[in-house]
Structures are given as structure tokens and as C-alpha cells.
Ligand binder design. Structure first.
Ligand SMILES: Nc1ncnc2c1ncn2[C@@H]1O[C@H](COP(=O)(O)OP(=O)(O)OP(=O)(O)O)[C@@H](O)[C@H]1O
Length: 374
């Protein structure tokens, strides 16, 4: 095994990893990232974007076609799954139906041929962790969905892995249990201090649970960042659309901190784009406020309104026929003309189809352009 100097705290890294099956289009098209020890990471993206493939490569169930995967600074491309300190919790939990709870959790320890009393102690510890003490002798088919999932987690953590991979572990649960398990998992990760890599296509779940999110699309990472970064500053239309609801309109960057859309110029907080560059503007529905016509920055007609408990979801159209979605605690009158107000901070400017790599390059180049222009 060859070693590299990894930044302190890095446990896993991918360097330009490509995964291709036969002659088909690659399912991972050159993916690079770093995972730090002890944090909760989420791979988020639509079905088929390559999330499970990344987990399989980390677990050792598949090998990369090109590129390198490092665990603790060692290349592990060809290291067998059972020699990696990584465990997986699968979507269907993959529990053994003919074994009881205790034996399911003890399974890996028995394979390692540990002593009986050591096994009993470790299984008890793991069951205590997932709050299932007293269920040792229960058959798997006598457990609820949430309990089965906790057995699957106990079975994974009993091996004391450095990394726990969780592939859509909550997707089989109903909404209430799902929310409850989100809290439990998050709390469990913090208590254990193990690195969790969690796969989901549910953006709310990703925002609620993660320290860091990788948003994936078509075999690439579109953006990575904290839940706040990703929500407040989506890098392109795909991310803005995938994470939460957005109003996206075409615009032109006039100069730093000044953007034009809907035929008007607005103050904004974005800089670093070229003058007169075509851009896309994102404003989140909750950042739009209903105002009197003369106080609004936009003039719209209210088309429909739904009460959503916490807020009204109001659909409006501007003069050019563009729809604006507003989440407001105030009611509006359907059919009336109203103003919409927003702060300069509510405007987020995006370049067309820009990836994170392109974004970084642009920011680097910006410094050069600025000094050149002066
Ligand atoms: N063994 C395989 N042979 C050929 N193609 C495969 C194989 N495994 C996965 N793929 C393809 O790779 C692509 C990515 O699959 P992957 O399971 O990683 O996606 P995903 O993002 O996890 O999707 P989902 O949310 O639906 O599980 C899919 O188009 C899939 O059909």
C-alpha cells in the first residue's frame, strides 16, 4: 500500500475517481472529495446519480475504474471489504430473519471468533446504544420497522468501525418514525464520534442531519458545503431547484453589487462577476414579503393561495408572465395586485450551469481581472 500525506483529520479521500461498467457511460465521472473524521456527511441527489456507487467503493464492494481512494492516507482501491474498518447499514437492513436480535448483532463477532463473554458484553453495549435492551431474544419478524433499523445499526457499530455507511436507511419508514429516527441517528453519531456517510434523495433529511452535504447529479458532485451554504448559496440552477423551492429568473450583472432583472436594477451582495454578464437570480419564497404596491420592488398579481399551517403559499405572476412563489405569514387576496419586497441579501446570483470547480476558478480569476482593470 502506498501512503500520502493527508490533511489532518481526513479519513477518506477520493481523487478523480471514475467508475464505469462495460462500455456504458461512466456512473462516476471523476469525483474528488475529502471526508473528515467524526462528522456527519450526506450524499444527496436524484435516483441514479451515483450515491450508492460511492458507498460501494468506500465499502470495498466495487473497485474504481480510474482514480484513487484513500482511507487513513492509504490507497485502498484493491483492499478487500473485510479488511476495511468500514461498516454498512443497507436500505433493507439485510438482517438475518432466522436469527434473533442478539444473534443478528453478534454475527460479525462470532465470525471473528471472539470469546463468548466478550461477545455478550459487546452486544449488550451496542443494544444499549440503540435502546433495545430487553429485546435480545425477539425474532426479527416481531420487530417494527424502526426497531429493525436500530438492530441493523447495532450490528454495524458492534464492530467499532471508523466509518459507518448508511444507504437510505430511513426510506422504508413512515414520516413520523422517519423524523424520530433522524434525531436518533444524528444524536447517535455525535455520541459515537464515528464518521457517518449517509445517502438520501430527500433534501429536507439532508439539511436536518448533516454537518456537510455533497449534492450529486449525473455522476458528479455539483456542490459541497454545510447545509446553510447549500441552501443559501446554491451554485447553479440544479442545486437551487433540488434544495428547497426557489424563484429563478434570468438577469444581467451590471457591476459588483448591482443586478438587473424584471426590467429593474436591484442592489445585491454579489460581486466577482463580469459586467453585463448574463446570470440567473435566485430568491427563496420565504425571503419575499407582501407589500403595498408602491413599497414593493416587484409588481405582481396574486393567482392562488394555499394555507400550509405555518405560512401561506402564494403564487403570483409578474407583468412578463413569470411566476413568483411567496411563503408569507400574511394573507393576500387572490386576483389583487400587490408589491413584493425583498432585501439585497435575499438575492443570490448564479452563473449558468456553473460547477463548484468552475466557481472556484472564477473567484481565483476575479482577483486577476480586478487588478488588470485598475
Ligand atoms: N453493477 C452495475 N452494472 C451496471 N450499471 C450499474 C451497476 N450498478 C449501478 N449501475 C448504474 O449506475 C448508476 C448509478 O447507480 P447508483 O446506485 O450509484 O445510484 P444512486 O444515486 O444510489 O440511485 P438510487 O437513489 O436510485 O439508489 C445507475 O444508472 C445504475 O443503473
Amino acid at each position: 500500500m502506498s501512503a500520502i500525506a493527508t490533511p489532518e483529520g481526513t479519513i477518506i479521500s477520493f481523487d478523480q475517481v471514475i467508475k464505469q461498467y462495460d462500455d456504458e457511460e461512466p456512473v462516476l465521472k471523476g469525483v474528488s472529495f475529502e471526508i473528515e473524521r467524526g462528522k456527519f456527511y450526506t450524499l444527496l441527489g436524484p435516483s441514479g446519480c451515483g450515491k450508492t456507487t460511492i458507498l460501494r467503493l468506500i465499502a470495498g464492494f466495487a473497485e474504481p475504474t480510474k482514480g484513487s481512494i484513500y482511507l487513513n492516507g492509504q490507497i485502498i482501491n484493491h483492499i478487500p471489504a473485510n479488511e476495511r474498518q468500514v461498516n454498512t447499514v443497507f436500505q433493507d437492513y439485510a438482517l438475518f430473519p432466522h436469527l434473533n436480535v442478539f444473534e443478528n448483532v453478534a454475527f460479525g463477532l462470532r465470525i471473528k471468533k471472539l470469546k463468548k463473554d466478550v461477545i455478550t458484553h459487546k452486544v449488550q453495549e451496542a443494544l444499549r446504544f440503540v435502546n433495545l435492551v430487553g429485546y435480545e431474544q425477539r425474532a426479527i419478524n416481531e420487530m417494527s420497522g424502526g426497531q429493525r433499523q436500530r438492530v441493523a445499526i447495532a450490528r454495524a457499530i458492534v464492530n467499532e468501525p471508523q466509518v459507518l455507511l448508511l444507504d437510505e436507511p430511513l426510506s422504508a419508514l413512515d414520516l413520523k418514525l422517519r423524523t424520530e429516527m433522524q434525531y436518533i441517528l444524528r444524536e447517535m453519531q455525535q455520541r459515537l464520534g464515528i464518521t457517518f456517510i449517509f445517502v438520501t434523495h430527500d433534501q429536507e433529511e439532508a439539511l436536518a442531519m448533516s454537518d456537510w452535504i455533497f449534492v450529486m447529479n449525473g455522476g458528479r458532485i455539483e456542490q459541497s458545503g454545510t447545509p446553510n451554504d447549500i441552501y443559501d448559496e446554491p451554485i447553479n440552477r440544479f442545486v437551487a431547484d433540488f434544495i428547497g423551492e426557489s424563484n429563478i429568473v434570468p438577469g444581467v450583472m451590471i457591476e459588483d453589487y448591482l443586478v438587473e432583472f424584471n426590467g429593474h436594477r436591484f442592489e445585491c451582495v454579489d460581486a466577482g462577476l463580469r459586467r453585463n454578464e448574463a446570470v440567473e437570480i435566485v430568491i427563496r419564497p420565504e425571503d419575499l414579503e407582501i407589500a403595498a404596491l408602491e413599497q414593493g420592488k416587484l409588481r405582481v398579481r396574486v393567482d392562488s393561495q394555499l394555507f400550509r399551517g405555518v405560512h401561506y403559499e402564494i403564487s403570483c405572476y409578474d407583468e412578463s408572465g413569470h411566476e413568483w412563489l411567496v411563503h408569507s405569514t400574511r394573507k393576500a387576496e387572490v386576483g389583487s395586485e400587490i408589491g413584493l419586497y425583498f432585501d439585497p441579501e435575499a438575492i443570490h446570483v448564479m452563473r449558468f450551469g456553473e460547477t463548484e470547480e468552475e466557481f472556484d476558478k472564477r473567484l481565483e480569476a476575479y482577483g486577476e481581472v480586478e487588478s488588470h482593470e485598475e
